[in-house]
Design a protein around this ligand. Structure first.
Ligand SMILES: [Ca+2]
Ligand SMILES: [Ca+2]
Ligand SMILES: [Ca+2]
Length: 146
């Protein structure tokens, strides 16, 4: 059984196999559209920040594991959620069990190939595999011994 990554969404793997995430052009498009709030075909830092804000349920400026987990489909296994969370926790530059706003900037940097401040669907498709690979590594590292 494979799961969609939300916001990430999504699960996009071109030419890369992830045992955890489903990959279809439709899934990719959905992930993009979920963040492109004004539907102009561009994902901006503002929209990514807006997306993060929705997850920050207690409004303290950070997304905790509990908050992150609530943003995922209920049936998502803990290990999958934990792996994604670890990836984003690291992405903000500090492993402190919370996702800080700087993570949004770093995420944009990964996705925005030509660094013009806007991510197109093409750039999203091109760069999401890097994120999926990173998350997959985190999940793999969580294998329970014994
Ligand atoms: Ca937009
Ligand atoms: Ca919070
Ligand atoms: Ca962090």
């Amino acid at each position: 059984m494979k799961f969609l990554i939300l916001f990430g969404l999504l699960a996009v793997v071109f030419g890369i196999h992830s045992p955890y995430f489903s990959v279809s052009p439709e899934a990719i498009r959905q992930g993009f559209v979920a963040v492109d709030f004004n539907h102009d075909g561009f994902m901006t830092l503002n929209e990514v920040q807006e997306f993060s804000k929705k997850r920050d349920l207690n409004g303290d400026g950070f997304v905790s594991y509990t908050e992150y987990k609530l943003s995922q489909p209920q049936k998502t296994p803990n290990r999958i959620v934990r792996g994604q969370f670890k990836y984003y926790d690291k992405l903000d530059g500090e492993i402190d069990d919370k996702i800080s706003p700087s993570g949004d900037v770093n995420l944009m940097n990964i996705l925005d190939t030509n660094k013009n401040g806007e991510v197109t669907l093409e750039e999203f498709e091109e760069n999401m595999p890097k994120i999926v690979v990173g998350i997959t590594k985190e999940i793999d590292a969580l294998v329970v011994v014994g």
